[in-house]
Design a protein around this ligand. Structure first.
Ligand SMILES: *Cc1c(COP(=O)(O)O)cnc(C)c1O
Length: 490
């Protein structure tokens, strides 16, 4: 990479009078700038960068090469399921017949797209054991909010207005309490046992006729299967609350077990985690919400419904009890196409391999590293697990240092300092896609860093050394980010 070019802003590369384009001939005859109304004219020159084409191409190409994605290397970001997105997904999502659709076009001109939407709903229902899905929410958190709104609508439809409390385990993803708060509900935290699962005795003290719902993530954010679900769902249902399943971690469950069979009433799925789709950096997502029988009338519109035998139509507001719209039109259709392509590519049999392989990979890494990294909760994990920093605490090397050093070796860092149950959380999720060689390479580097922490702690503490930018000040970067360029003379 041309390091001298890289790092410069396109404005700094600008030289007066340089051109990378030639304008087409004026097609409007002898129209003059003077004829344009003054309100439409700039007061000052536009101050656009002036560069030749090659400079522009190099500038952006070099910047693009600084992105790290699953297509660059191992990306064990716990809780995020950064799985490989097969190329066929992109080909299908890019087809003109899909990408060129307009959301307002008449249903009889886009039956194929409606069929994808409809079939995907059915597939998700079959995979989760729930009755009906909406694909409209655009992210996991958006699905949580939609799901809680469904639950609230259900209680209100029965005239039960005092149910304002949402029970959430202390291991939950931050979006759970945030969604409950946005929905206008009160969060009640439920403690975890020392084995990382929900403390049922603590839960019992928080049950009342004010409970709206209990939100559970399973496997939870420690990668552990919540074995007490049968008892928990019974207790919550007995006091009139509904059970909400945060299905962002559905990956190890695919084809193995179903939230609907466990007694959950409402759930969301992250298509952009469990069903491939490139994500991260706030890119387009999809957080479908599924409900058990009896709750489907509360789902948001628009909905795609069967019209007679084989035609599909869109219903926008005919549902008396529906929440109405939760976003624009149908959500992110491109993400749905990728998920649909992914499910069909694997097929009903192969999809059952996803969970066991993801689980095997996570346990293999855990077992290979637990003599040098601190494993606070031992035993079988599902698709991910959490270390609590290095085992040898005498070196002063923190989880942050380990994460930064991994970048030097070409790996994306795991999730760090989450979950909040431990001080030095390092949350590793390899997914099912990786080869044994890739995983062994990662294990070797993690062991090497543990060695370096003893032999040369300063090297680790000052990492990264091989990236275009060294260690940033986390606080300043979050609180005072400089994201725009100010013109000198504007
Ligand atoms: C990722 C995740 C979410 C939120 O999903 P977004 O699409 O990022 O909004 C919620 N819960 C859990 C457990 C997650 O891992």
């Amino acid at each position: 990479m041309n390091n001298k070019l890289y790092g410069n802003l396109i404005f700094e590369l600008s030289r007066q009078g340089r051109r990378g384009y030639s304008l087409p001939e004026n097609r409007f005859g002898d129209y003059k700038l003077a004829d344009m109304p003054d309100v439409l004219k700039r007061e000052n020159e536009a101050q656009l960068p002036e560069c030749d084409e090659m400079t522009v191409v190099r500038h952006y190409t070099n910047h693009s090469a600084n992105n790290f994605g699953v297509n660059n290397g191992f990306y064990p970001l716990g809780s995020c399921t950064m799985k490989y997105n097969p190329v066929i997904n992109e080909e299908i999502a890019a087809m003109r017949e899909f990408a060129g659709l307009h959301p307002l076009q008449p249903a009889d001109t886009c039956q194929g797209a409606l069929e994808v939407y409809y079939n995907l709903q059915q597939m998700l229902a079959a995979l989760t054991g729930l009755k009906e899905f909406t694909l409209n929410p655009c992210a996991g958190a958006h699905g949580e909010l939609t799901g809680l709104m469904v639950i609230r609508s259900y209680h209100l439809s029965r005239g039960d207005e005092k149910r304002t409390k949402v029970l959430i385990p202390d291991s939950a993803h931050g979006t759970n309490p945030a969604s409950a708060a946005v929905c206008g509900l009160d969060v009640v935290e439920v403690k975890s046992l020392s084995d990382g699962t929900v403390d049922v005795e603590d839960l019992k003290t928080k049950l009342s006729d004010e409970v709206c719902a209990m939100m559970m993530t399973n496997p939870n954010t420690l990668g552990l299967f919540e074995k007490q679900i049968p008892e928990i769902q019974k207790l919550v249902h007995e006091c009139g609350g509904l059970m909400y399943y945060d299905g962002a971690n559905l990956n190890p469950m695919l084809g193995v077990c179903r939230p609907g069979d466990m007694g959950f009433d409402v759930m969301h799925i992250n298509l952009h985690k469990t069903f491939s789709t490139p994500h991260g950096g706030g890119g387009p997502g999809s957080g479908p919400v599924g409900v058990r029988e009896g709750l489907e009338q509360f789902l948001p519109t628009p909905r795609v419904v069967l019209d007679g035998e084989d035609a599909l139509r869109v219903e926008c507001g005919d549902f008396e009890k529906s929440l109405g719209s939760v976003g624009s039109f149908f959500g992110n259709f491109g993400v749905m196409l990728r998920a649909y392509s992914y499910i069909l590519s694997l097929g009903a049999e192969n999809i059952k391999m996803v969970g066991p392989l993801a689980t095997l990979n996570a346990n293999y890494i855990k077992e290979q590293l637990k003599d040098v990294y601190c494993l606070p909760i031992d035993g079988l994990c599902k698709h991910e697990f959490v270390f609590d920093g290095l085992k040898d605490k005498s070196t002063g090397v923190t989880t942050m240092d380990v994460a930064k050093r991994l970048l030097d070796y070409g790996y994306h860092a795991p999730t760090i300092y989450f979950p909040l149950l431990f001080h030095e959380s390092l949350m590793i999720e390899p997914t099912e896609n990786e080869s044994k060689e890739t995983i062994d390479g990662f294990i070797a580097v993690m062991r090497k860093i543990a060695e370096e922490a003893k032999s040369n702690p300063e090297e680790v503490k000052s990492a990264p050394h091989n990236t275009p930018i060294g260690r940033v000040d986390d606080v300043l970067a979050a609180k005072n980010p400089v994201l725009t360029w100010k013109q000198m003379n504007a």
